[in-house]
Design a protein around this ligand. Structure first.
Ligand code: F6P
Length: 536
């Protein structure tokens, strides 16, 4: 461990018990421990971080070589060492003209050319220039993909519902036939377009769903169903083998990781839903954060600060999970999207050199929109035995000006929760309440214990004007860079995902057993379950 790490451990021991609320005796605390770029505000003043701790966290990032690593990523160095790849999803949203080379080839012309094709295709579907084989407009688009080929576009399409001006978008990801069955049930095959999205084009769930979709089409439309198909993949050959016309395949390079891919062809459902003008605003939001992240001093750099707060909570305070709580219903899929972004990127046990990590890596990420979560799991946030840092998101303006009362209540609840987590309710106050509401079953002191809130629970708040395409672009790029910074500080490769392999291999070897092959080699539990599931 380096100097700053040990220093931060000592600092934590010194301040662990102090009151976060007490830190607000500094009337400038909010100004000091918040940062803003282009309308996006990060407030981390409701944490136990002070000037000294923040400076040491910044030193930690410097010692981990963050500025150099950041530049290496933006310039296309082989940052994803275990897969021998650059990491350049930022190039998909870049407005820059300067040459950006991978293996001696400038990648910018290809990025632009692919985008132009995507835009033409999307606008064709939206305006009717590209028709169904039967000469009608497409009314519905079904994205078939999983993980990074699903969660990003699904989350963004839901988030940007007020901007939808195109055909309806649906998403099928799970190999569970229930999902495709329920989705297709309400669709007309004659006016449905399938986008088959798979970076590798060999993910079993996606290929299985795509085959079922094709069967459904072939049973209903006369002749060739290929006019109802398009694909998004880094493996155009495999897409062609599936029967998808070459001009309907949108490729992207291996330097775009699946969970970072919604800025390019994987974002086609978003482009089809909101159109090119709005999609460009989305890209611009991401690009604005890239510039901010790349050039702003660490002390004022939003993704860096957010990452440092995460490191403080995870590694020094020992909080093993973090809750993502959007007070913005249209961000309902943000927690699921961030689960992949954070946990697939940073859920690692060895450092870049292959040595076991000496510290905790990715926390468990989970959450639900407010106010729904308040009536479900917030009890634990306030009075449970674990401290869970909460990450609130809230807009100043909604898309429903006529429903002001709703919006006022939403804001009041969001602010109330972060205040309640911080301030709690002391025993003394709980005693007064308990005395006034005496029940026969329990004495006042006992009831007061139940009604006490320990408080001193940290939270951060991200606030923005309105959930526009630009703001969504900012938010996603911001989270991507937070993941990168945390990974750099832990010394890990955030861009591979070897941990998903074993389960996939075992699933393919278990398939014959599920279909009746002998399972003698398997453990007792697996055999018992095979019997229960009617496989033996
Ligand atoms: O199994 C994990 C994973 O490889 C993710 O990293 C990826 O986003 C997802 O599967 C889907 O992969 P593909 O886009 O190649 O179908």
């Amino acid at each position: 461990m380096n100097d700053s790490w040990s220093k931060l451990e000592r600092l934590h021991a010194e301040v662990a018990e102090r009151s976060i609320f007490g830190l607000f005796s500094d009337s400038q605390r909010f100004q000091k421990f918040s940062a803003e770029t282009n309308g996006l505000l990060l407030d981390f003043s409701k944490t136990n971080i002070d000037d000294v701790i923040l400076q040491n966290l910044i030193d930690l990032a410097e010692e981990a070589d963050l500025p150099a690593m950041r530049e290496a990523m933006f310039q296309g160095a082989c940052v994803n060492t275990t897969e021998g790849r650059a990491v350049l999803h930022t190039a998909l949203r870049s407005r820059e003209e300067s040459t950006l080379e991978i293996s001696g080839k400038n990648i910018r012309p290809e990025v632009r050319a692919t985008y132009t094709r995507m835009e033409r295709f999307a606008e064709g579907i939206r305006a009717g220039g590209i028709e169904t084989p039967g000469g009608r407009m497409f009314t519905d688009v079904v994205n078939i993909g999983i993980g990074g080929s699903d969660l990003g576009p699904l989350m963004a399409v839901k988030a940007l519902a007020p901007y939808h001006t195109g055909p309806r978008c649906h998403f099928v990801s799970n190999v569970d036939g229930a999902q495709i069955s329920d989705t297709l049930e309400k669709l007309d095959p004659r006016t449905t377009l399938f986008l088959i999205a798979s970076k590798t084009f060999k993910t079993v769930e996606t290929i299985t769903n795509a085959r079922s979709a094709l069967k459904w089409l072939e049973a209903a439309v006369a002749g060739d169903a290929s006019g109802h198909l398009a694909a998004v993949s880094s493996s155009p050959e495999r897409a062609a083998d599936f029967g998808i016309a070459e001009d309907r395949v949108f490729g992207f390079a291996d330097w775009v990781g699946g969970r970072y891919s919604l800025w390019g062809p994987v974002g086609l459902p978003i482009l089809i839903a909101i159109g090119a003008k709005r999609f460009n605003e989305f890209l611009l939001g991401g690009y604005e954060i890239d510039q901010h992240f790349r050039s702003t001093p660490l002390r004022h750099n939003l993704p860096v600060l957010m990452a440092l707060v995460g490191i403080w909570h995870n590694n020094f305070c020992g909080y093993a999970t973090r809750a993502v709580l959007p007070y913005d219903q249209r961000l309902e899929k943000l927690p699921a999207y961030l689960q992949q972004l954070d946990m697939e990127s940073n859920g690692k046990r060895v450092d870049r050199g292959g040595s076991p990590l000496k510290m905790a890596s990715s926390p468990v990420v989970w959450g639900e929109p407010g106010t729904n979560g308040q009536h479900a799991f917030y009890q634990l946030l306030h009075q449970g035995t674990q401290v869970i840092p909460a990450e609130f998101l809230i807009a100043a303006n909604s898309h429903e000006p006529d429903l002001k009362e709703h919006n006022d209540l939403l804001k009041a609840n969001c602010l109330a929760q972060s205040e309640a987590l911080m301030r709690g309710r002391p025993l003394k106050e709980a005693r007064k309440l308990a005395a006034g509401a005496k029940t026969a079953a329990i004495d006042t002191d006992c009831l007061a214990q139940h009604r006490t809130f320990p408080g001193n629970r940290p939270s951060i708040t991200l606030a923005y004007d309105k959930l526009t395409p630009f703001v969504l672009g900012q938010l996603i790029a911001f989270y991507e860079h937070r993941v990168f910074v945390e990974g750099v500080i832990w010394g890990i490769n955030s861009f591979d995902q070897w941990g998903v392999e074993l389960g996939k291999e075992l699933a393919s070897s278990l398939l014959p057993l599920v279909q009746g092959a002998p399972a003698d080699e398997k453990d007792g539990s697996t055999r018992g379950l095979l019997v229960k599931l009617n496989c033996m």
